[in-house]
Design a protein around this ligand. Structure first.
Ligand code: CS2
Ligand code: MN
Length: 355
């Protein structure tokens, strides 16, 4: 595996490549063209510029997170083929730039959802948290104002004011879309992009839905082992794979993550490893990476990745906000650096105890 950190790019991220370079054991960067909108074609010169910037600091561009998918593709509306064609062009530009892993998601309207972006823990750190009751009380029409006071000035992806201005149309677009239709639209998309992925050897790694159940009555399809096996089988191509995100799948304590890892050997192309603390059904908060701090056994997760020969990029995903840092929720430097060191430590111990 290769330890990486997500970086949103110059001008968007409070963390610099120089800082990341100083985290022991982190050699890769997962990045994106942060200002491209879903549906827009990625330009080769911009990708090359991003890559050169990262390589100039002695780091690799190990993959892209995310190339976002336009709602027309997810909803299967009449312009979807046009947008799929744009997506194929973006993939081909990434292939030309020698990039071989792309993370994306297939969640309607929103990306990950939390009810609090800065919940204070007893140690004074703040974390992202979820409480189903609070989410249920949010009126989708008034989402922005209902989140504002909790977000520390930051907003969740998909919750940008310009997007929320169209929230009614977005919900209308999905009015007829149930889980089955969404799944069919997903398979349609996968089948269309596989030839370009084969041509450039690009591993597609879908990110699980977060949380792992429907929110705001919108369907969600990448939520558990059964659904994961189902989409891998529907398009049984090695380039069709998963981003194993422990924080997202782990939002449902029924998901046995080491078992999921062992069941889909060879189809995990990217890993996000972080811990959660469950309070009660539908109520959880993000924790430090350490097993003891949350509800998940990080050793078992890393061991399953090791045993199945995982060799893709891995990243600590979200961290807590600690030591007075001000950054995008989940994406500060300090706690993610601690997470990367911890995961590297587990990996070293596993490797040595096995050999
Ligand atoms: C990420 C997701 O910040 C996060 O929780 O894991 O936003 C992820 O980048 C997207 O869902 C992938 O498209
Ligand atoms: Mn994730």
């Amino acid at each position: 595996m290769e330890m990486t950190l997500r970086w949103f790019g110059n001008g968007f991220d409070s963390v610099s490549l120089k800082q990341i370079k100083q985290i022991p054991g982190v050699t890769g960067i997962i990045s994106t063209l942060y200002d491209t909108k879903p549906g827009e074609v990625w330009q080769l010169d911009r990708i090359k510029k991003l890559k050169a910037e990262i390589e100039a600091e002695g780091l690799n561009l190990s993959g892209i997170e995310s190339v976002n998918i336009h709602d027309a593709i997810k909803a299967g509306s009449k312009e979807r083929d046009e947008y799929i064609e744009n997506y194929i062009q973006s993939l081909s530009a990434l292939g030309e730039a020698d990039i071989h892993m792309v993370c994306y998601n297939f969640m309607p309207v929103f990306d990950w959802t939390r009810s609090d972006l800065a919940k204070r823990r007893s140690d004074g750190s703040t974390v992202l948290a979820y409480n189903q009751k609070i989410i249920d009380a949010i009126d989708p029409d008034k989402m922005f104002s209902s989140m504002e006071h909790k977000s520390n000035g930051f907003i969740m992806p998909g919750w940008e004011p310009e997007r929320l201005a169209q929230i009614k149309e977005l919900f209308t677009l999905y009015a007829e879309i149930d889980e089955k239709k969404l799944f069919d639209n997903f398979v349609y998309f996968l089948k269309a992009i596989m030839p370009i992925c084969e041509k450039y050897e690009i591993k597609m790694a879908i990110h699980p839905d977060d949380p792992a159940w429907p929110v705001f009555n919108l369907p969600r399809i990448i939520t558990n082992k059964e659904q994961i096996l189902r989409f891998l089988k529907a398009v049984d191509n090695p380039y069709n794979g998963l981003t194993l995100c422990t924080g997202s799948l782990g939002s449902n304590p029924q998901n046995d993550i080491p078992d999921i890892i062992r069941s889909i050997k060879g189809r995990i192309h990217f890993a996000h490893v972080r811990n959660l603390k469950h309070e009660s059904p539908g109520v959880f908060e993000e924790a430090a990476h350490l097993s003891k701090d949350g509800s998940m056994d990080m050793y078992e997760v890393m061991k399953a990745l090791y045993d199945t020969g995982f060799d893709g990029p891995i990243r600590p995903d979200h961290g807590r906000m600690i030591w007075g840092e001000v950054a995008m929720p989940g994406y500060g430097l300090y706690d993610r650096a601690l997470g990367a060191c911890y995961l590297n430590g587990l990996w070293e111990a596993i490797t040595k105890s096995v050999s």
